[in-house]
Design a protein around this ligand. Structure first.
Ligand code: AQP
Length: 346
């Protein structure tokens, strides 16, 4: 991981990192490569606070309507564990289990200028004028205040985000500075942490669009879900869009779909692009896809075995959900009290 900015440490001598995934759909290999696998890799180096962002999912009504959201949330929580997050090393929790997130959001909403919210790309792309006229919820506009609360409750040093999501951390820093200026020093300013590689896995059906949970719900063949049946995952990879050439040709510019397959292969096998070139230059696309399918399905098999063990032990899973929420609340409650006192409400 590449870091920016200052380098303070938590009491444990480790930098604190906060991150989460929105429960807008079922997890896919993009979420695994870009987020969960990196959290698992760095969990002894950092003090991780990792959560399932279920309150954020409510801002996208089509993602939650008619769904059993809690079941999806617990599936994501169990998948964090199955992918190697250790609940003793990392604090793992569900956002709505810690009510302080919603409470602090109100205090932050009240100090956030509407013009800042209207400038956010997510509102501009998802909250089109037509949607606003059709009654889209104010949550879509106000979600940066919830996101700021998610972060500021825990005083993290670093927040990992993809290149395209830096704006989310920047607005948190702005909101935090504004609150501190109005009410006195309360919140610490977090820095962005940009993943070194594998930052953006593209759709298998359309390699110009990011692999995403919500598109996967509508388009089979777009993503590989972490819980997809192994045969289906293999089939989706074998059908991935490439180009009209017959095979991999490193002497020419590679098509986006080919680059995407190579990236997936490299992330799952820990190989470099030079090693890929040696192995696949001149090979037919069928050979490349077969190798990607082998690497991905082998890992999915392991994750799915662990997932089913975890999900089947309901008592233990409930215990971990409660333990994680309590650990998160220990910090969040203190910070919320500080914010209430600063605002003159306590
Ligand atoms: N395609 C991807 N490649 C690499 N990393 C990805 N992440 C998501 N998609 C890819 C990483 O997973 C985490 C998920 O965060 P999120 O759910 O809050 O936001 P997202 O990026 O909007 O996720 P999706 O899967 O694309 O969902 P929807 O469809 O709801 O928008 C982040 O760390 C992200 O970088």
């Amino acid at each position: 991981m590449q870091q920016t900015g200052r380098e303070p440490m938590t009491a444990a001598g480790k930098k604190r990192v906060l991150s989460g995934i929105t429960a807008t759909g079922r997890l896919h290999i993009g979420n695994y490569i870009g987020a969960i696998n990196q959290w698992a890799d760095n969990q002894s180096e950092y003090e991780n606070f990792l959560f399932v962002a279920d309150l954020h999912a409510l801002t996208i009504p089509e993602a939650v309507a008619g769904k059993n959201l809690r079941a999806r949330v617990e599936e994501i929580f169990a998948l964090y564990l199955a992918c190697g997050i250790d609940p003793e090393q990392s604090t793992l929790f569900v956002q709505s289990d810690v009510a302080e997130h919603a409470e602090l959001t109100w205090l932050l909403t009240c100090v956030t200028p509407v013009s800042w919210l209207e400038r956010m790309t997510q509102f501009k792309t998802k909250g089109k004028v037509a949607d606003v006229d059709a009654g889209v919820g104010a949550g879509l506009l106000c979600y940066p205040a919830l996101q700021a609360a998610d972060i500021l409750l825990y005083d993290p040093d670093l927040v990992p985000v993809g290149e395209d999501q830096k704006q989310h951390v920047e607005i948190t820093r702005d909101i935090s500075q504004r609150f501190n200026a109005m009410y006195g020093e309360t919140f610490k300013l977090p820095d962005v942490m940009i993943p070194k590689s594998g930052g953006r896995i593209m759709g298998l059906d359309d390699p110009t669009a990011k692999m995403s949970k919500s598109t996967a719900e509508k388009s089979p063949g777009h993503a590989i879900g972490l819980l997809d049946p192994i045969g289906q995952a293999r089939k989706s990879i074998m059908r991935a869009v490439t180009d009209s050439k017959s095979g991999v040709d490193f002497s020419d510019e590679l098509a986006p779909g080919v680059t995407n397959l190579l990236t997936i292969f490299e992330c799952f096998t820990g190989t470099t692009r030079d090693e890929s070139r040696e192995r696949f230059d001149g090979a037919g696309y069928g050979v490349l896809k077969g190798a990607v399918a082998d690497a991905v399905t082998e890992r999915l098999g392991d994750i799915q075995r662990r997932y089913h063990d975890i999900a089947d032990d309901r008592t233990h899973l409930n215990k971990l959900l409660t333990q994680g929420a309590e650990r998160a609340r220990n910090l969040a409650a203190d910070k919320l009290s500080q914010a209430y006192r600063a605002a003159g409400l306590r």
